[in-house]
Design a binder for this molecule. Structure first.
Ligand code: GTP
Ligand code: MG
Length: 293
C-alpha cells in the first residue's frame, strides 16, 4: 500500500501542478485579454418595435436556371421556400407572421419579443441559417430526382418598424413588388414560351406598358385572365400561427394564406397578429391549405 502511494505521489503532484498552471493561465487570460470584449458593438433592437428579418436568395436567377426552375413560377420552389419558412416559425414562437414571394421571405417578430435579448445579429443569423439548412434539408421532398447542384445562400437583414401602420406598409410594399414582377413575368414568358418571341423581342414588346396593357395583352393574345392565375403566384404566401383542435386537444399549426395583405380584411380576420394575442382558430379552408403543403 505504502509503495503504491509512493509510486502515485509524484504523478498526483504533477497533475495538481499542471491544473494549477492552467488555472493561473485562465485567470491571466481573463484579466489580460478580456478587454477585447469591449470591441463588440451592441446591436440590441429598439424596444417596442416590430422586428422584420428579411432573407433573399443570392443570385437566384442563376440558381433558378441551373436547377431548371419552371418559368415564371416554379411551384416546387415556392413550396420549398414555404416549408423552410414554416420550420423557422415552428422553432421561434415569437415570430407571428412570415411573408414569402419569389426568392425572399420576411419574418415578423412580435414587437415585445425578448428573444436573444433582441440582439439583431443573433436574430438575423439564426433565422437565416435555420432557413437555409431547412431549404437544403427538404430539397428532395419537392425536387425529387433533380439534384441540388451547389449550396444555395441567402442574404439577411433586420429592419425595425415602429408602428402597426409602418409594419403593414412594409408588407404591402413586398406584396406590391410581387404583383409588379409577376404580372410582367407572366406576360414576358407567355410571349417567349407561347408565341416564340426572343427574350429581346419580348422585352421590347413590354417596354413602356402599364399594368392594364399587360392584362389586356394576356387576355387578348393568350386567353389568360390574370386574376385566374393561382393566388400563390399573384399574392405570395403569408404564414400565420393558428390553433387547430384535434382529438388530442388544441395545438399550434403554421397555416399558409395566399391573400391580399394591402386591404383591411386580412388584418381584421387575423386581428390577433397586431394585437399580440393568442393564435386564432383554423377554419376548414385553412386546414385544407395546410394539408397541401
Ligand atoms: P440577388 O438577390 O441580388 O443576389 O440576385 P437574384 O438573382 O437573386 O435576383 P432577385 O432576388 O432580384 O430576384 C430573384 C430571381 O430568382 C428572379 O429574378 C428569378 O430569376 C429567380 N426566381 C425566383 N423564383 C423563381 C421561380 O419560381 N421560377 C424561376 N424561373 N425563377 C425564379
Ligand atoms: Mg435574390
Amino acid at each position: 500500500m505504502c509503495q503504491f502511494h509512493a509510486l502515485l505521489g509524484p504523478r498526483v503532484r504533477l497533475c495538481r501542478f499542471v491544473i494549477n498552471i492552467r488555472q493561473i493561465r485562465q485567470k491571466m487570460a481573463k484579466s489580460k485579454f478580456e478587454y477585447v470584449k469591449g470591441f463588440e458593438l451592441g446591436d440590441k433592437c429598439l424596444p417596442g418595435c416590430w422586428i422584420v428579418v428579411r432573407l433573399d436568395g443570392k443570385c437566384f436567377h442563376k440558381f433558378a436556371d441551373t436547377h431548371e426552375f419552371v418559368k415564371p413560377n416554379d411551384e416546387r420552389a415556392l413550396k420549398l421556400m414555404n416549408h423552410a419558412a414554416s420550420v423557422v416559425m415552428k422553432e421561434f414562437r415569437d415570430i407571428c407572421l412570415a411573408f414569402g414571394q419569389s426568392d425572399e421571405y420576411s419574418f415578423v417578430w412580435k414587437k415585445d419579443t425578448n428573444m436573444y435579448n433582441r440582439r439583431s445579429s443573433k436574430l438575423v443569423s439564426t433565422v437565416n441559417s435555420l432557413f437555409t439548412s431547412a431549404f437544403v434539408f427538404y430539397w428532395r421532398q419537392y425536387f425529387e430526382a433533380v439534384q441540388l447542384k451547389y449550396p444555395p445562400a441567402f442574404d439577411a437583414r433586420a429592419v425595425l418598424y415602429p408602428t402597426n401602420e409602418t409594419l403593414r406598409d412594409y408588407l404591402s410594399w413586398r406584396q406590391a413588388d410581387l404583383h409588379i414582377n409577376n404580372l410582367y413575368n407572366t406576360a414576358f414568358w407567355a410571349l417567349v414560351l407561347k408565341k416564340g418571341l426572343t427574350t429581346t423581342q419580348a422585352e421590347l414588346r413590354l417596354r413602356g406598358t402599364v399594368a392594364a396593357d399587360k392584362n389586356e395583352l394576356l387576355f387578348s393574345e393568350f386567353g389568360v385572365n390574370y386574376n385566374d392565375e393561382p393566388a400563390v403566384f399573384r399574392k405570395g404566401t403569408a404564414l400565420l400561427r393558428k390553433a387547430a383542435g384535434d382529438g388530442y386537444g388544441p395545438r399550434q399549426v403554421v397555416v399558409p394564406f395566399h391573400a391580399d395583405l394591402i386591404g383591411d380584411s386580412f388584418w381584421a380576420r387575423h386581428s390577433e397578429v397586431l394585437a399580440l394575442g393568442a393564435p386564432g382558430p383554423c377554419d376548414a379552408g385553412d386546414l385544407a391549405r395546410l394539408a397541401e403543403t
